[in-house]
Design a protein around this ligand. Structure first.
Ligand code: MN
Length: 356
């Protein structure tokens, strides 16, 4: 017997408060006739898997809908949408729809985020000049940082992935568990749990994953598709990140920096940096890691933060207008990469000093 049995978060899907919020979301969803589904900028596997899951749910309910992605969809996730009769609009250079186009929709469903800062351009679209959009605003999310602009929010921070909550919605409304639905939910789960390694993985997550495997998800093919399918640029960026790594505060803080020069010498884009922030956490002493990215197209410096749990990086990020989860958060600051790094690293050192 293990000496220590970790306390797992109780399964929120079986608590009655969750059932009530879920019911509230579904009640507001059912009468809608045309919904715009969207998710956070730079959508990851959870964002896209959840969008796809909710698209299947809406189709099952007979609700017309379109999908709006605020950044280009990563190639490795495109298979999720290959069968689609639903239109997937993407922001490539500019917003593909206008405020006037919003009048087509009587509902907006935002998944895997609850904050405008993660939805660039969307606030203008629905709260911008002229006629204010009056449709129903729904949020399905699992992030700690939330704002108060939705009519109904279904948020559970103990959910490993937004896709886990979407799976509960699908079950609630009686969507048959097809192969496509199972794949979408599986992509969401593995993306946010680091293939079931991170602390957010619960027994409920594993039970759901087991159910998905039973419906025939080819997990080996999925692993290769998602994790062994990178462009060379990604590993070249990893090389740059590792070369830039500094260990501070008695090796408790790992800091990496990617500059515009790194992007041009490796011919990489911002998506090639996803997940690199986790690298310093491989070091035993590292409690927090930070990745500073100077976007090749200009604009604010992006800072990704990860923690092993002693320090909430979501709380830390809030002082700079960012947010996220206790163990994974981010923020954006205008300024030169050096200035931003100095400011944020100073604040991180201070935070670490207060945490012994
Ligand atoms: Mn997520």
């Amino acid at each position: 017997m293990p000496e220590h049995t970790p306390e797992h978060t109780p399964d929120y899907t079986s608590d009655s408060a969750f059932e009530t919020s879920l019911e509230a979301l579904v009640t507001r969803l059912r009468p809608l006739s045309n919904v715009l589904i969207t998710t956070h900028v730079r959508p990851d596997g959870d964002a896209l898997g959840t969008v796809k899951t909710m698209s299947i749910v809406l189709s099952h309910l007979g609700i017309k809908h379109d999908i709006l992605l605020l950044s280009k969809m990563p190639t490795k996730h495109q298979f999720l949408f290959q069968d689609m009769s639903v239109s997937v609009m993407q922001v490539l250079e500019k917003m593909p729809i206008t405020t006037a186009d919003m009048s087509r929709y009587d509902g907006l469903l935002v998944v895997d985020t609850g904050t405008w800062s993660q939805l660039p351009g969307l606030k203008d679209l629905i709260e911008g000049s002229g006629e204010r959009w009056t449709g129903t605003r729904l949020v399905l999310d699992h992030h700690l940082t939330q704002e108060d602009w939705a009519d109904v929010k279904l948020v559970r921070t103990s959910a490993a992935a937004a896709g886990e909550i979407a799976a509960a919605v699908a079950k609630h409304v009686g969507v048959p568990m097809t192969h496509r639905l199972a794949e979408a939910i599986y992509v969401a789960l593995v993306s946010d749990t680091g293939w079931f390694q991170f602390s957010n993985t619960t027994p409920a997550t594993m039970r759901l994953a087991a159910e998905l495997m039973e419906t025939g998800v080819d997990t080996d093919a999925m692993y290769q598709r998602l994790y062994q399918n990178e462009r060379p640029q990604r590993l070249l960026m990893q090389q740059c990140a590792m070369q830039s790594m500094q260990l501070l505060a008695d090796n408790r803080l790992g800091v990496m920096t990617l500059t515009r020069a790194d992007f041009s010498s490796t011919k990489s884009g911002v998506p090639d940096t996803d997940g690199l922030v986790n690298l310093p956490l491989q070091i035993g002493t590292v409690a927090i890691s930070a990745l500073f990215v100077e976007p090749p197209e200009g604009g604010a410096v992006r800072v990704s933060l990860r923690s092993k749990g002693q320090v909430s990086v979501a709380t830390f990020a809030e002082q700079f207008g960012g947010g996220g989860h206790a163990r994974a958060a981010g923020l954006k600051i205008e300024g030169t990469i050096d200035d931003v790094r100095t400011r944020v690293v100073d604040a991180l050192l201070k935070t670490l000093q207060e945490t012994t």
